[in-house]
Structures are given as structure tokens and as C-alpha cells.
Write a protein that binds this ligand. Structure first.
Ligand SMILES: Nc1nc2c(ncn2[C@@H]2O[C@H](COP(=O)(O)OP(=O)(O)O)[C@@H](O)[C@H]2O)c(=O)[nH]1
Ligand SMILES: [Mg+2]
Length: 228
């Protein structure tokens, strides 16, 4: 019983902080996304290309990236030219709202259109921690096996979008796309699913269009709420 009580305490503190972050994002008009998946699914690779291509379309983007150790991913993402900051969790398997808030303290969010948060690679823990994001995106690579959504349902049921990554490797991995879709939809029936390859650029037009559409709808919703 005590364990449950402690976890509840941590989660409710996190929820309070996440609400504060969400308010800050709304005031600044920055659309924030939380990318979750197991290690090696291709979060950093997807982000690197996404940051570059959104910048090319004239959008202002930035990223925070979480890892247990090292700033390798931040260094990779900085190559896109966008502002990037590393959050090192020193062993913690997920990001919490407090860590995000601490790393955003001196950033002028009003200057940004999109903020991407790459969570720590883990298919379990990140699903419980709201970071105040507008959208949570769960990634599944073709190399991981189609059954992962069945084994780790919360990460897929708590996400707004699933992306199947590394599509260029689908054939050698004998990836069964229909089975993966069915498994994702068995834990989250109406979730949107995109398929991408950060290597070849496959699916990136749909992915970037999706991001821009979602941000636009959010801005319009906010404007509508403000005039009511
Ligand atoms: N073939 C191929 N490899 C990829 C793709 N995306 C990522 N990778 C590789 O997969 C490995 C893990 O990618 P990374 O972005 O670090 O995954 P993360 O741990 O989820 O951030 C790296 O060696 C990447 O180069 C892709 O679309 N196609
Ligand atoms: Mg990474």
C-alpha cells in the first residue's frame, strides 16, 4: 500500500507541474511534442531530419533531449542548426515535468513554433509522466517486432500518434505492417499511424503536414476559447 501511495504522490506533483508547463506553452503559442519509444527506435534520427525540414519551411523549432547519460543526442540534433538542450537524468528512466521546466527557464518560448521533447528510451516509465505536451508520439521501429504494442500497451494507449520508423529496413526484417497496425489499434483503436524512414525521407511530407495541421488546429482552438 505504501508503494502505491508514494507513486501517487510523485505523479500528482508531476501533474501539477505539467499543468503549469502546458499553460506556459499556451501563452507562448509553442506547440510541444513528447516523443516516446524504446532505445534505438530512431527518435533522434527522426528529430534531426524533422528539425531541419521544418526550419526549411520557415518554422522556428527547438528540442530538449533526455538520456540517462551523455549528451550524444544533443550534439547530433544541434547539427540541424536548431537550439537544443540535453537533459541528463543520471539513471532515471523517464523525464519529469520538473526537469523540463528547469531546462526551459531561460528560453524565450514565444520565439518558437514547435518544441520537441525526446524522452528517455524506455517503453514503460515515460507513459506515466505528463510533460505538459500537446501531443505524445509513440515510435515503433520495423526492427523491434510487431508485438511490442501488445507487450507495452500504456505507451501506445497514451499517445496521440504512432510512427512506424525505419521503413527502409522493412523488407529485410520481414516486417508485417498490417499486423503492427492491428496490434497498435488493438490497444488504441482510433490512433493515427504514420510510417517513416529518416534515411530516405519516406513519409516525411505526411509527418510534417500532420505537425503543421495539428499546430494550426490548436492555435485556432485557443483563439476560439479566448473569444468565448
Ligand atoms: N536504416 C535506418 N536506420 C535508422 C533510421 N532511424 C534511425 N536509424 C539508426 O538506428 C539507430 C538508433 O537511432 P537513434 O535515432 O539513435 O534512436 P533513439 O535511441 O530512439 O534516439 C542509429 O544507428 C540510427 O542511425 C532509419 O530511418 N533507417
Ligand atoms: Mg536518442
Amino acid at each position: 500500500v505504501r508503494t502505491v501511495e508514494v507513486k501517487k504522490g510523485i505523479l500528482s506533483k508531476n501533474d501539477r507541474l505539467a499543468k503549469r508547463l502546458r499553460q506556459r506553452y499556451e501563452e507562448a503559442g509553442v506547440f510541444t511534442l513528447n516523443l516516446v519509444s524504446s532505445p534505438g527506435t530512431g527518435k533522434t534520427e527522426l528529430l534531426q531530419r524533422t528539425l531541419r525540414e521544418l526550419s526549411d519551411r520557415g518554422l522556428k523549432v527547438a528540442a530538449l533531449v533526455g538520456d540517462l547519460q551523455t549528451d550524444n543526442d544533443a550534439l547530433r540534433l544541434q547539427k540541424s542548426g536548431a537550439p537544443v538542450r540535453q537533459i541528463t537524468t543520471s539513471g532515471l528512466c523517464h523525464l519529469e515535468a520538473q526537469m523540463v521546466e528547469d531546462h526551459l527557464q531561460d528560453w524565450d518560448l514565444a520565439n518558437l513554433d514547435f518544441l520537441f521533447v525526446e524522452n528517455v528510451g524506455n517503453l514503460v516509465c515515460p507513459s506515466s509522466f505528463d510533460l505538459g505536451e500537446q501531443l505524445r508520439i509513440a515510435l515503433l521501429s520495423v526492427t523491434e517486432g510487431e508485438d511490442k504494442p501488445l507487450k507495452y500497451p500504456p505507451i501506445f494507449s497514451s499517445a496521440h500518434l504512432a510512427i512506424i520508423t525505419k521503413a527502409d529496413l522493412a523488407e529485410p526484417c520481414e516486417f508485417q505492417a498490417q499486423l503492427a497496425h492491428d496490434n497498435i489499434r488493438s490497444v488504441h483503436p482510433d490512433i493515427a499511424i504514420l510510417t517513416t524512414s529518416a534515411r530516405t525521407g519516406q513519409g516525411f511530407t505526411e509527418w510534417l503536414d500532420y505537425l503543421i495541421r495539428q499546430r494550426q488546429a490548436w492555435l485556432e482552438e485557443k483563439k476560439g476559447a479566448a473569444t468565448v
